[in-house]
Design a protein around this ligand. Structure first.
Ligand code: FAD
Length: 321
């Protein structure tokens, strides 16, 4: 049976996030011929609506209200509840982003729905929708089937293919002013702390440094390799704790969970808490001077050597390509 699926799209630094397109691809599969509605809270425009249409939205709600110009749980969950009542979806998908992780449980509790979070794959067999999600810090995968009520899930970035945009596709675009009241928090200013221009959680390539870089300056060769590859820069917690880099770069259990196509770990031992954030990367390359370092157990390619010799050599070679 076809389903009516609602996708909460998200913008970051003025552009729609990739994970929103990935959620639309998943939504199309779940909808099985039914309607896919995308919703964008605050600061959405017709350019965004067209892009969402090209990736599979049949209908786009651009929700306006000055309370939605910056994220707050209060305002977004109220606006979401309003849209939910209008669209009356059979399924809801969000990215498993900072916003999705905050908004989805709040809304699920408000609406009395179950929530399957951090899904990396979806299997649709007729009416049955099964979500695959990593558990035990990525050591095992759990399959969850929603047997009753509205399907509600968050999708981890870089796992579900977003497909090619269809330039000829259009969607009905509806501008809607949400009624938001009794807000308990006021966002006065948003100060962005970024790990670089490329968002770690959506990066296709990440070069990460650990305690082995030995200093803030030691991160320079890591950054140069990242530049040569068009990659984002990540770090272990030990590197952040030592003050070599900002915590926004931390990958791991208490940092960001990433799933790039290529993860290059430089001077990182491979502690279980770090692996929790990157072991699902498609290809892992480890550079470490200790041949016994646990990172080599999860690496597809390992280079035993001094990162200060190996990394600049790689940078030079990649610059030639
Ligand atoms: P180390 O373990 O000290 O490893 C440094 C590595 O660099 C060594 O393998 C060494 O051989 C190599 N090396 C040194 N010099 C060179 C060189 N010149 N060339 C090549 N290799 C060199 N950690 C995270 O990363 N992310 C998390 O989210 C996280 N969350 C945590 C949560 C909890 C509750 C706890 C208890 C810990 C957490 N940790 C986390 C910390 C984790 O346990 C490790 O301490 C940390 O990951 C180690 O970082 P590291 O590999 O950079 O440092």
């Amino acid at each position: 049976m076809s389903k009516n699926v609602l996708v909460v799209a998200e913008k970051r630094n003025g552009s729609l996030r990739n994970v929103s397109f990935e959620a639309l691809a998943a939504a199309k599969e779940i909808a099985a011929g039914g309607k896919v509605t995308a919703v964008l809270f605050g600061q959405g425009d017709n350019v965004d609506a067209n892009q969402l249409a090209q990736y599979g939205a049949d209908q786009v709600y651009l929700i306006t209200n000055e309370e939605l110009n910056a994220y707050s749980t209060d305002a977004f969950s109220q606006a979401f509840t309003e849209v939910f009542q209008i669209v009356n979806p059979d399924a809801i998908l969000l990215g498993h982003t900072a916003l999705g992780r905050d908004l989805a449980p709040r809304v699920a509790a408000r609406l009395g729905l179950g929530l399957v979070s951090d899904c990396t794959a979806i299997e649709v067999n007729g009416d049955e929708v099964v979500f695959v999600r990593p558990i035990y810090a990525g050591k095992a995968f759990q399959k969850k089937r929603v047997t009753d009520g509205i399907i509600f899930a968050t999708i981890r970035s870089n796992n579900i293919a977003k497909g090619e945009p269809d330039a000829g596709r259009t969607a009905d675009t509806i501008e809607y002013k949400a009624t938001i009241k009794d807000i308990r928090t006021v966002i006065k200013d948003v100060v962005r702390k970024t790990a670089g221009t490329i968002d770690l959680t959506e990066a296709k390539i990440i070069v990460s440094g650990g305690r082995g870089v030995k200093s803030a300056e030691g991160f320079n060769p890591i950054k140069e390799l990242a530049d040569a590859l068009g990659a984002a820069v990540g770090a272990s917690r030990a590197a952040c704790d030592a003050g070599y880099c900002d915590y926004s770069m931390q990958v791991g259990q208490t940092g960001k969970v990433v799933t790039p196509d290529l993860y290059i770990a430089c001077g990182i031992s491979g502690a279980v808490q770090h692996l929790a954030g990157m072991s699902n990367s498609k290809i892992i390359v480890a550079i470490n001077k200790d041949p016994e370092a646990p990172i080599f157990k999860v690496a597809d390619y390992g280079i035993v050597g001094d990162l200060f010799e190996v990394v600049p050599m790689l940078t030079e070679e990649f610059k030639k390509v």
